[in-house]
Design a protein around this ligand. Structure first.
Ligand code: PEP
Ligand code: MG
Length: 496
């Protein structure tokens, strides 16, 4: 039996290891020669099938014209003989792996595209690159949709890393623990595990663990956070059931409803009515307590298998959060309409993630206005909710005064703010020694935000902290010193 120290509710859990193969063990680049061409061709064809499936369901389910065109174009590309025959021929000729054949074909296609004069057609190589990356990812078991549906009772999942979109597909009723080599308490898998009451070990050495090993995870007693008198405590949730659980624990409202998980749990984007139903259910549960609903925070490490996004060199600095939703107005409007309609049922407030400019807020306001005008014309009841932003980027810190003038409240997302201020990836163990919410630079930034907001709107302007720092003993006092009076935390920390 292997014993590990974890984080979560105090106690010991025991279970059987289910090891999700890591990238370095993956087939392909690390395979031993000689390679069997028939096997490689079969791997490639299976990967093609795997990549096509979510495109097909996306095409069937999507009502967005642009998205449909994108799915259709990508599907067509996965059938292009230059790609498919090209790879199969390379495997036959060179007796190489499917990955090597893909790379060779990618190079040939790149050369071909770069010789095209028309810049528009030339830029289509980005889509080809994207498809090839998806096939590559599929060939690597870590990136392939994980076999998470048939888990045995009492499973402890062991992986190098579990991406948020993968975490959302885990059947948690069978899982008693999670062990990951990479990540930290602010990793999404950890946040989700905590919300489900499942102990997690992050940063573990997983090399000695084999499939079927009996593992024991011990979580020591954590006395839970203590807040100064006068502090207001809200909860972070990702579905309506968690709202009820949080309210039962006596919170003053919901400070962060992460809506992207509603999409990650499905095979398609929930339509307006579907989203409306979830928001109304949550609003009715909250009664007159505030319910802060964050608009989709996708991109970065939160990707949907059925919604292909262009691959990015540096996703953490790429098309994330508000940038992504503004770039997909049809998708964004579905959510905004659902939120405007649901706002008649309670104190819903809309919050925008990853804001780095005033323009993003203004554009969102215009879209809200446009949705409101449409709803009014359709005779559908709605209410214009309060609008707030998350302070997660250094730009938002420096623009706090201006942002406060445009909005009704702030929520400081320390999980991201710390990573962007300290240039230390929130999921990278190697730099976790730098990652601290009580780093003087972070506290100075939070003070600037409070002062800027007070200058703009006075001391009653609402500023909460909704990152993990809001629930850690050592940071609560420091945040209080900076003028923070509202804390939004995972309900689980309130149980301990
Ligand atoms: C944050 O960044 O602090 C936050 C609450 O958002 P998420 O953890 O979902 O990125
Ligand atoms: Mg964030």
């Amino acid at each position: 039996m292997i014993r590990l120290q974890g984080i979560g509710l105090p106690g010991i859990v025991r279970g059987k290891a289910h090891v999700l193969q890591s990238r370095s063990d993956a087939a392909g680049e690390n395979r031993q020669q000689p390679l069997n061409p028939e096997e490689e061709k079969q791997r490639f064809e299976e990967a093609l099938k795997g990549v096509r499936a979510p495109m097909r369901s996306g095409l069937e389910a999507s009502t967005d014209k642009t998205l449909r065109e994108l799915y259709a174009a990508h599907l067509e590309m996965t059938e292009d003989p230059a790609l498919v025959e090209g790879v199969l021929e390379k495997i036959d000729e060179r007796h190489c792996s499917a990955e090597d054949a893909l790379d060779a074909v990618k190079e040939e296609l790149q050369e071909m595209f770069s010789s095209i004069d028309d810049p528009l057609i030339r830029s289509r190589f980005d889509d080809v690159r994207d498809i090839i990356k998806q096939i590559h990812d599929y060939l690597h078991p870590l990136h392939r949709p994980l076999p998470l549906s048939n888990l045995a009772e009492g499973t402890i999942l062991v992986a190098d890393e579990i991406l948020p979109s993968e975490a959302m597909r885990i059947d948690f009723s069978k899982v008693v623990g999670i062990v990951c080599a990479r990540g930290n308490v602010t990793s999404h898998v950890c946040i989700i595990a905590r919300s489900k009451g499942i102990p997690a070990v992050i940063g573990a050495d997983i090399t000695p663990i084999c499939d079927g090993d009996i593992l024991e995870i011990e979580c020591s007693a954590n006395h839970g956070p203590e807040y100064p008198e006068g502090a207001v405590v809200y909860a972070n949730v990702s579905n309506a059931q968690e709202v009820q659980h949080a309210l039962d624990l006596g919170v003053a409202g919901i400070g962060l409803f992460r809506t992207e998980f509603l999409l990650m749990q499905r095979e398609f984007v929930p339509d307006e009515q579907n989203q409306y139903n979830v928001y109304v259910q949550a609003a009715r549960l909250c009664g007159n307590k505030p319910l802060i609903i964050r608009t989709l925070d996708l991109g970065g490490d939160k990707v949907l298998p059925y919604m292909p996004l262009p691959s990015e060199e540096n996703p953490a600095l790429g098309l994330r959060g508000i940038r992504l939703t503004l770039s997909q107005p049809d998708l964004f409007k579905i959510q905004l309409r659902a939120l405007l309609r649901a706002s008649t049922e309670g104190d819903i407030r809309i919050m925008l993630p990853m804001v780095s400019s005033l323009d993003e807020v203004r554009q969102t306001k215009e879209m809200l206005q446009c949705c409101a005008t449409d709803l009014a014309a359709e005779g559908v009841p709605f209410r214009m909710p309060k609008l707030g932003v998350m302070i997660e980027t250094p730009a938002a810190v420096f623009m706090a005064e201006e942002l406060a003038r445009e909005t009704d409240f702030f929520s400081i997302g320390t999980n991201d703010l710390v990573q962007y201020l300290l240039a230390a990836d929130r999921g990278n163990n190697a730099v976790s020694y730098l990652y601290s919410a009580i780093h003087p630079a972070v506290l100075k930034a939070i003070r600037m935000v409070v002062e800027g907001a007070h200058r703009a709107k006075g001391e009653d302007f609402t500023i909460e902290v909704c990152g993990e720092a809001a629930s850690q003993r050592e940071s609560i006092a420091a945040l209080w010193e900076c003028g923070i009076r509202q804390f939004s935390v995972s309900p689980l920390v309130l149980e301990s």
